[in-house]
Design a protein around this ligand. Structure first.
Ligand code: NAD
Ligand code: TYD
Length: 380
């Protein structure tokens, strides 16, 4: 079969990647989607069971650091577009094991860039019609102040306040021109990979794009991240470890809204540009946790307040960034993207998904999911 495009999505067995792969496979039957993933602890092919047999979907188990293998994959499938999500993504792990983060996030990205460059340069049309789209995080910008210039405490933005109220806070949000100032080994490795991507554009003219997104939440997130970890712990009556005083602020976006933004930017974004992606939805951790506990108790059929006692303040994360908040007006104005869900709606949908899919959670927490590839793919 001849496909209109051949798109390589890296990290497609992970949380965000699986939503992007599903969206592209279903929406674009005329594209071939090649999902390249190493299947680390964070990769779970069961996330994609519903599209596994699709005619326009291929899975390749590979490490992005394996340069020769990546070159082969580019040539085998005639890759003309890359959406690069593969990464080590958890801050706490990066504090314990920074080397793995530098290897995958920095060297792995470099290996993909070089493979794309060499393969595309070997073609008659060279870089024409090609795109290397790199998915990054708002954490590269560092940490924002907890008060605005007039001393008003964060959080500032809500979806309702996007635009007008936000103007009043001047530089209190991350914009596309905020200087990079990463603090954790995770964000330092992502910042480094972003710089490599831009360097490949500036040096060789590789057609690249970078987006920086706020914290995602939704189905299929590995239960080491705040929201799925806490839902799982509430389900088992286990403590909910709140780092420090729970005052840190994060800006939350429903994962399907991120995937929609990626689709839009992949097709309509300008080469060499950066777009911030976020829904003007800042929450102090402790406020979010209280809502999460209330919603989870309600959906479990527990009397209100049942799981409040599980909230446990623990030693703070090292170098814990105080506040992230994204200004996504460029994306909204230039490409017309808007988040589709209000946070309470998205959170309820998310809790419901984890409670309806407890087998998924059990599979992940027991480690059983790691046998999926052997069962389903070996010998094919
Ligand atoms: P994730 O940890 O859920 O998934 C990462 C995927 O990459 C996994 O499937 C894993 O197997 C794969 N992978 C890891 N190392 C690899 C390697 N060496 N070779 C090939 N595959 C490898 O991550 P996520 O939360 O879905 O994040 C995806 C991307 O989005 C990352 O680049 C992350 O930095 C970025 N991001 C995440 C968030 C968030 O809130 N989760 C926010 C903004 C940006
Ligand atoms: P996390 O989901 O790890 O995302 P990130 O560190 O990339 O923002 O954490 C979100 C926030 O929740 C962050 O401020 C750290 C905090 N947190 C806790 O308080 N307890 C936990 O067990 C976890 C995992 C995170």
């Amino acid at each position: 079969m001849n496909f209109k495009r051949n798109i390589l999505i890296t990290g497609g067995a992970g949380f965000i990647g699986s939503h992007v792969v599903r969206l592209f496979v279903k929406k674009y039957p005329e594209y071939r989607i090649v999902n390249l993933d190493k299947l680390t602890y964070a990769g779970n092919l069961a996330n994609l069971a519903d599209i596994e047999g699709a005619a326009n979907y291929v899975f390749e188990r590979a490490d992005i650091c394996d340069f020769e293998r990546i070159r082969e994959i580019f040539a085998t499938y005639g890759i003309d577009g890359v959406i690069h999500l593969a990464a080590e993504s958890h801050v706490d792990r990066s504090i314990k094991d920074p080397f793995t983060f530098a290897r995958t996030n920095v060297l792995g990205t470099l290996s993909l860039l070089q493979a794309a460059k060499l393969y595309w340069e070997s073609l008659e049309q060279k870089f024409e019609g090609k795109l290397f789209y790199h998915i990054s995080t708002d954490e590269v910008y560092g940490s924002l102040a907890m008060t605005d210039p007039a001393g008003t405490p964060a959080p500032f933005s809500t979806q309702a306040s996007a635009g007008t109220r936000h103007e009043a806070y001047g530089n209190a949000f991350f914009t596309e021109t905020t200087p990079y100032s990463p603090h954790s080994p995770y964000s330092a490795s992502k910042a480094s990979s972003d710089h490599f991507v831009r360097a490949f554009h500036d040096t060789y003219g590789l057609p690249t794009l970078v987006t920086n997104c706020s914290n995602n939440y939704g189905p299929y997130q590995f239960p080491e991240k705040l929201i799925p970890l806490f839902i799982n712990n509430i389900r088992h009556g286990k403590p909910l470890p709140v780092y420090g005083k729970g005052e840190n602020v994060r800006d939350w976006l429903f994962v399907e809204d991120h995937a929609r933004a990626i689709d839009l930017i992949f097709h309509k974004g300008k080469i060499a540009e950066t777009y911030n992606i976020g829904g003007f939805n800042e929450w102090k951790n402790i406020d979010l946790i209280k809502v999460l506990v209330r919603v989870t108790d309600r959906l479990l059929g527990n009397p209100a307040g049942t799981s409040d006692k599980l909230i446990t303040y623990v030693t703070d994360r090292l170098g814990h960034d105080a506040r992230y908040a994204i200004d996504s007006r460029k994306l909204q104005k230039e490409l017309g993207w808007e988040p589709s869900l209000q946070f309470e709606e998205g959170l309820e949908k998310t809790v419901r998904w984890y409670l309806d899919n407890q087998a998924w959670l059990d599979n992940v927490t027991s480690g059983d999911y790691q046998h999926y590839y052997e069962k389903m793919y070996k010998g094919r």
